[in-house]
Design a protein around this ligand. Structure first.
Ligand code: HEC
Ligand SMILES: [Cu+2]
Length: 416
């Protein structure tokens, strides 16, 4: 009677825990599909796929070992359990010492298990290390530089226009646009501390280490919009040091390059377009519960939203944009930022030449729209703890009125 209750209690606890887990996850289809934005299980490229295969092999081998050992343990505990009071006080059964057959079998089994894991692991290490020889000629090269707490992307093969006589390699920030279906070699550098570049659906993480020329390669199977993350603790805002990867087909990639290579856009006044609004990410308006302004659910396909971001806003106000452009210089934004062709040669903040065409700001933290841009300019430190722009506001005594913010936002949005 008294031994019965604790058992029931224990079983009850397990049942409650299981029911809780089912409740927590049951409604979330994605949990069972394991297809989150940063899934390593549902992947979209050969490098991530090779790494996933090693994971599966290891899982199956360990599951096999678990079942064998568990079965032997269950058999022994059941067969030799105490069945009566007398059993409990009886001598232990005869003990065995050393059985060559069993011992050799266990050694052989362990070696076999290790070989089964080692062969695909070594193959994957070789494959993921560098682009296969036959694909090298088709490779595209990009340099990624980690900063506390954002990423700079450089395209060494593309010469971007500054003015009629000067060019420089193309630099973008926080949004890595790559050609789909082509191997991409990414040189990994850092401006300050150790960071790590990780795009879970495309490739495993590799560190960006000071004074060490690391690199990784990856390939996206098809055009898509991917989530990336710094994967090495690097200070205050490490957890929100994110970025996006946009993979585009050849024609679209070239069109994107053409646009990015242009110097910053100067607005030509034109009548406002009042036709149907174009697709947007689900903004704070429709997704309020997400305090940080990060959008996880979308009204439309994220790649489509990104595409929509490439075209000029429909209600551009040339006067406001011009006002924002001059504030950009007078409010010291140019000390850290560059708008190629307009003003500034700052390199400690992201290049803003085409910031209006990116889908996020603050290194993948906020959706790039009017509300979030203003929120960022108003108090960057409140959005992203410790970030260097917030420090710059204090050091350079930058203060913005609400009108300044609106004008600056209009200017930034015009930079397509
Ligand atoms: C002290 C240097 C500094 C100053 C001054 C500064 N910024 Fe920044 N800015 C940064 C840094 C650093 C980041 C990246 C912050 C992060 O994501 O961690 C940034 C990010 C941004 C972004 C988001 C870009 C992106 O791709 O995520 C915008 C927009 C921006 N700044 C606009 C401005 C404007 C407008 C001003 C002037 C009012 C300004 N900044 C002044 C350093 C500065
Ligand atoms: Cu980092």
């Amino acid at each position: 009677m008294f031994t019965f209750f604790p058992t029931l209690f224990r079983r009850g606890r397990v049942a409650i825990a299981l029911a809780g887990l089912a409740l927590l996850t049951g409604c979330d289809f994605n949990f069972w599909r394991m297809d989150g934005h940063q899934s390593t299980i549902v992947v979209d490229g050969p490098v991530a796929r090779a790494q996933l295969e090693v994971f599966y092999v290891t899982c199956w081998v360990t599951l096999f070992i678990f079942i064998i050992v568990g079965a032997v343990l269950a058999y022994a505990s059941l067969k030799f359990r105490a069945r009566s009071d007398a059993d409990e006080h009886a001598e232990p059964p005869p003990q065995g010492h050393g059985n060559p057959l069993v011992e050799l079998g266990l050694i052989g089994g362990s070696v076999l298990a290790l070989v089964i894991i080692a062969v695909p692991t070594l193959k994957a290490i070789w494959f993921t290390y560098d682009i296969p020889a036959e694909e090298k000629a088709n490779a595209y090269e990009i340099t990624a530089v980690g900063y506390q707490w954002w990423f700079r992307f450089e395209y060494p093969g593309e010469q971007a226009t500054i003015d009629a006589t000067t060019k420089m390699p193309l630099v973008t920030g926080n949004e890595l646009v790559i050609p789909a279906g082509r191997p991409v070699r990414i040189n990994l550098r850092t401006f300050d501390v150790i960071h790590s570049l990780w795009i879970p659906k495309l490739a495993g993480k590799v560190d960006m280490i000071p004074n060490r020329a690391n690199f990784l390669w990856l390939k996206a199977d098809k055009p898509g919009y991917y989530w990336g993350q710094c994967a090495e603790y690097c200070g205050d805002s490490h957890a929100v040091m994110r970025f996006r990867v946009v993979a585009l087909g050849p024609r679209e990639f070239n069109a994107w390059l053409d646009q990015q290579l242009q110097p910053a856009r100067t607005l030509v006044p034109r009548p406002a377009d009042t036709s149907r609004p174009r697709p947007q990410f689900a903004a704070l308006r429709s997704f309020r519960q997400n305090e940080s302004g990060v959008t996880e659910k979308f009204d439309v396909d994220p790649l489509e939203s990104w595409r929509a971001k490439q075209a000029p806003e429909k209600d551009e106000n040339a006067e406001l944009v011009a006002q924002g452009r001059s504030l950009f210089t007078t409010k010291a934004c140019i000390t850290c930022h560059t708008v190629r062709g307009h003003a500034g040669a700052g390199v400690t903040g992201p290049d803003l030449t085409h910031v209006g065409s990116r889908s996020t700001i603050g290194a993948g933290l906020l959706e790039n729209n009017r509300e979030q841009l203003q929120r960022w300019l108003h108090d960057p430190g409140a959005v992203k703890p410790g970030n260097k722009m917030a420090k710059g506001y204090v050091d350079s005594k930058i203060t913005l009125t609400a009108e300044d913010e609106v004008a600056l936002v209009a200017y930034l949005e015009s930079l397509k």
